[in-house]
Write a protein that binds this ligand. Structure first.
Ligand code: GRG
Length: 298
């Protein structure tokens, strides 16, 4: 996305992405290198940008939210490393580079994912220690961490991934497909927005509206990803195209066809834009981000 605010927030995340990793002993240098390899391989940084933007939208301080933003990118990167492993999607290319296990081997790739996941919680709880004397901030911080734990775990991303693997090679219902998409992809996106809103001390109505926006965006994002797998260019995506079809994955285009998937994508992004319309200029970044998703696949 070319929106100046997206570029600015993405730049901030890239600049500070390694700052919140724990200091690692020299003897674990391979672990650190493999974590760093995947973190710095590129990526859109969508989830951390959303977290920072939601915090700003609610009047919070984006600098305070940075460890949380980087933490969600650690979690996202861990999920990609594990997803690429032979036991899951068995991919050779990610973010335009050889996947982690192709460079470091399967065992180290597993550990790099584990290391990134726990580093995320170390980074966020380290920030939480700094708020012990400020009950309001401590409350925001606890809520944000709980939100991210929930969205990335067995009530969110991990559950979605499990359902995705279990339904491979057999046709699943439309309800199940939505369950997979909403959990595997949507939940970390939703959690990122909600965590940012908590860190910005959102009131209940704003939290609700941002959550609605993120729900539309999360599902739209996965439908766009499904469509790109069929019609996207490998050099732009940084990964192999046509993989979903090869693996008999349940996707929107497979179940509904390309045209209906594109229509559903447009419906969802339009709904996300509508949620932000009453906020006028203040909501314009979120609206533009949602609109750009539909354009990505046209
Ligand atoms: C292994 C627990 C576990 C979960 C894996 C994220 C995920 C769940 C699997 C990756 C496979 C995939 C294509 C999932 C759909 C979500 C998605 C579109 C991921 C890619 O996110 P982007 O496009 O990637 O934001 P970048 O590289 O830009 O960060």
């Amino acid at each position: 996305m070319n929106h100046p605010e997206y570029i600015r927030l993405k730049g901030l995340v890239n600049e500070h992405l390694l700052d919140f990793l724990p200091e690692i002993d020299n003897k674990s240098i391979t672990l650190y290198d493999s974590m760093k390899y995947s973190l710095t391989a590129g990526g859109k940084r969508l989830r951390p940008v959303l977290l920072l933007a939601a915090c700003n939208f609610c009047g919070g301080d984006e600098r305070r939210a940075l460890p949380y933003a980087c933490a969600v990118e650690y979690i996202h990167t861990y999920s990609l490393i594990h997803d690429d492993l032979p036991a899951m999607d068995n991919d050779d290319l990610r973010r335009g580079k050889p996947t982690n296990h192709k460079v470091y081997g399967e065992a180290i790739a597993l550990l790099a994912g584990d290391g990134l996941l726990s580093s995320a919680f170390e980074a966020m709880t380290k920030d939480m220690f700094l708020c012990f004397d400020d009950p309001a901030q401590l409350k925001q911080s606890t809520r944000a961490i709980h939100e991210i734990a929930k969205g990335s775990g067995c009530r969110g991303m991990v559950a979605g991934q499990c359902a995705d693997l279990e339904t491979e090679n057999r046709q699943c219902s439309r309800e199940m497909l939505d369950y997979i998409h909403i959990n595997k992809t949507g939940s970390l996106i939703i959690s990122s927005v909600r965590a940012g809103a908590y860190l910005g001390s959102a009131d209940i109505n704003t939290l609700e509206e941002l959550s609605n926006y993120a729900e539309y965006l999360g599902l739209a994002f996965q439908i766009a990803d499904d469509l790109l797998d069929v019609y996207g260019q490998e050099d732009v995506m940084g990964k192999r195209a046509g993989v979903d079809l090869e693996r008999h994955k349940n996707t929107y285009p497979a179940l509904y066809g390309a045209e209906a998937s594109q229509a559903r994508l447009r419906e969802l992004t339009a709904a996300a834009v509508r949620v932000m319309e009453p906020y006028e200029e203040r909501g314009s970044f979120f609206a533009a981000l949602a609109a750009s998703l539909a354009e990505r696949t046209e």
